[in-house]
Design a protein around this ligand. Structure first.
Ligand code: GLC
Length: 687
């Protein structure tokens, strides 16, 4: 390989670099780069093609003109489905079910691979604790244990048993590191996180990617410890490659290598290229720094060709692992791409993943509805068809049923699909027995570059909600969101409150089935619901304070003089249409890998139900500040009405850790106390 050909392998470009007719920009603004046609026909990969024909056209064109004919790698953002859209990752986290995380990834890979995609820029493994950040929707929420478990499962789902299987995708975990600690919840700036928190909490998601053998990791836009991750040896070498042991390909985020100059950390193209290579960044996404500046650096003896060779080797090894060197069109299957997505089986899978996500927060006997109920539905979101959420590029909102469509199809209840009410509407609402008011945010209001300074309901929805509850107290509030919104302060006067993150293709069916009782809600909060915007960022398992407030009159305690400390609802909160009783919990077994608890539970209600059971470790005495409790286990249980059963809850011991003051990972020493929790009931277990 010539130097030019080596460097070319480290450059990834959007498809429209090749031809104006291939305009399908899927990520970020295109800046004018000085890339020659010769350089273009030496790039190593493409991001964001728009389907099988475009992929075939590009690969064929490229192979005809390329000297070495090393096939292009095709990568894309398949975040929660290709054409069959699954719930957004935050909604899958609300199911607390790793199997659902794995299944959604597996089917997404199966569909996307038929379009010739080889790598997905997923899972996003960033710990997310700030509801202002638009990308919390892509995360598994605020808890490191949950983040690890859901991320690990997603990588396994995408990659399957072997990447030689053409129905799999290589996973690219992102964004290393700590993008979720974005200051003020805004994208592209800096992550303000202490080194101890970085190791203790924020690394867990990326560790999950490495443990699950993700083939790629993506560097983040943000600055960490004073340096943009993309050019940071501390982030990419010390943390990712040395501390976590990652041996795969590191790709930059879109243009983030070039943008090191806008962070004023590098000042020339050559310096930017040098710092990227020294940090062991392998592939540059979209900008042309590597193609334009690596060779002069090598020729001037400022950069060793060995570093370049190591990066190129990682890229070529990835292409070989995926089977691309044997078949440049690995996985491509236009006929299957046209039929497999949105097949009945895949729609059913999307429904099965989604049905465990809606979170019942309040219910004073008003839910589930029955079809004889005199209930009226209010709110323009009833007619919203884009229920796919952000990052659903290939999804087809126009083919997605709105909640209103499903309700009209199944029932004869009156729908008032407006946020502004006229006298007729008011009169109808006034004399209805129950009112379901649908409020929240739309798909375009969350995701990348969708941070909110005030993540509340819109003014219009706040007014609608107050107006409805003023004319009829029997209100059931249905919230649709991509993040944990701050709800109106009087929200607890709702007789019912059902919270749903965006659930994708099957959302309307799942919500209708949940409202009318065909489904018993079993989701729980993966992120804390704050009472006030001023509390943000807020997460439940936070560090204890030296001066806990707890309602004490003593002034000098940790509190707000004009607000409250407590969240509206904490991590893990969620009710059921049935009730359960925790009868017994004890340690059943222990080995090097895990502690197994045996938990006996009774369904004391009149309908079958599923729900997550949580296990929290009481933090043993260690020389660093940690939350008083740590989530170390979660398991979904399922019981028929009146049934009693014993379940196993597994506590993986690799979560029994802390980082000491030298940032060394240490294991907690027993004996342990673990609190088992199920819808507010708890039992302590000595282990
Ligand atoms: C975006 C996102 C990243 C995505 C990439 C490619 O800017 O930050 O998550 O994978 O560009 O679309």
């Amino acid at each position: 390989m010539t130097l030019e050909e080596k460097v070319g392998q480290l450059h990834q470009v959007p498809p429209f670099f090749f031809s104006d007719s291939l305009v399908n920009e899927v990520a970020g603004p295109l800046r004018k780069y000085k890339i020659s046609e010769a350089q273009l026909y030496r790039v190593g990969s493409i991001l964001g093609t728009a389907g099988p024909e475009e992929m075939r056209q590009l690969q064929t064109m490229y192979l005809e003109k390329s000297r070495l004919k090393i096939p292009l790698l095709f990568m894309a953002d398949i975040i929660h489905g290709y054409k069959t859209i699954f719930p957004i990752p935050l909604a899958i986290a609300a199911t607390m079910d790793v199997e659902r995380s794995r299944l959604a990834a597996k089917i997404a890979a199966k569909e996307a691979a038929t379009s010739g995609i080889h790598v997905t820029f997923s899972p996003m493994a960033d710990l997310a604790r700030d509801a202002r950040w638009g990308r919390v929707m892509e995360s598994s929420g605020e808890d490191p244990f949950l983040n690890y478990q859901m991320t690990y499962a997603a990588v396994k789902g995408y990659q399957g048993e072997s990447l030689k299987d053409p129905s799999t995708l290589a996973a690219c975990g992102k964004h290393v590191v700590a993008y979720g600690a974005a200051v003020a919840g805004k994208d592209y700036t800096q992550a303000e996180v202490s080194k101890h928190s970085l190791y203790q909490y924020y690394l867990e998601g990326y560790r999950a990617c490495v443990d699950a053998e993700a083939e790629l990791l993506m560097s983040s836009f943000n600055v960490v410890e004073g340096v943009p991750s993309t050019v940071s040896p501390f982030v990419l070498k010390t943390l990712i490659r040395q501390h976590l042991g990652f041996k795969g390909v590191i790709i930059s985020d879109y243009d983030s290598l070039n943008e090191a100059q806008f962070h004023h950390v590098t000042h020339t193209g050559e310096e930017t290229a040098l710092k990227g290579m020294q940090a062991t960044l392998d592939i540059e996404m979209s900008s042309g720094i590597y193609q334009n500046y690596i060779i002069p650096l090598i020729k001037k003896g400022q950069l060793s060709e060995r570093l370049l060779d190591q990066a190129v080797l990682r890229v070529l090894q990835l292409k070989e692992k995926i089977g691309l060197l044997d078949d440049p069109f690995r996985g491509l299957n236009p006929a299957l791409e046209a039929t497999l997505p949105l097949s009945e089986a895949h729609y059913q899978a999307a429904y099965d993943v989604a049905k465990a996500s809606p979170i019942l927060l309040q219910n004073e006997g008003v839910l589930p509805l029955n079809k004889e109920d005199d209930v009226v539905f209010v709110g323009s979101l009833l007619d919203e068809q884009n229920l796919l959420g952000a990052w659903a590029w290939h999804g087809e909102a126009e083919r997605t049923a709105s909640l209103g469509m499903v309700l009209r199809q199944r029932y004869s209840h009156e729908l008032i699909p407006f946020d502004t009410l006229n006298e007729t509407h008011v009169a109808r609402i006034q004399n209805a027995k129950k009112v379901v008011v649908v409020v929240g945010e739309r798909s375009k209001e969350f995701g990348e570059a969708r941070s909110k300074v005030s993540p509340t309901l819109s003014e219009e929805h706040i007014q609608l909600w107050h107006q409805v509850i003023a004319i009829n107290p029997s209100v059931i509030t249905l919230v649709l969101a991509g993040r944990p919104l701050v709800l109106p302060s009087k929200i607890e006067t709702s007789k019912g409150l059902l919270y749903s993150f965006y659930l994708g293709s099957a959302m309307a069916d799942v919500l209708a089935d949940t409202l009318f009782g065909q489904l018993n809600p079993s989701g729980t909060l993966p992120m804390t619901l704050a009472r006030e915007v001023g509390q943000l960022p807020l997460h439940t398992l936070s560090l204890p304070t030296g001066r806990p407030f707890e309602g004490k009159t003593y002034t000098y305690t940790s509190h707000y003089i004009e607000g409250v400390n407590s969240p509206l609802y904490p991590l893990g909160y969620g009710l059921s249409y049935t009730s359960f009783s925790l009868l017994k919990a004890k340690k059943m077994h222990e080995n090097d890998q895990a502690i197994l608890l045996e938990v006996t539970i009774k369904n004391t209600g009149t309908i079958p139900g599923e729900h997550p059971v949580f296990a929290y470790l009481h933090t043993p005495p260690v020389p660093v500040a940690l939350p008083e409790k740590t989530l170390v286990g979660v398991s979904r249980i399922s019981l028929d009405a009146g049934a009693t059963q014993t379940f196993t809850v597994t506590l993986p011991k690799h979560h029994f850790y802390y980082y000491d003051t030298q940032y060394r990972r240490q294991s907690f020493l027993g004996p342990f106390t673990v609190t088992v929790s199920l819808i507010g009931e708890t039992l302590d277990v000595s282990c």
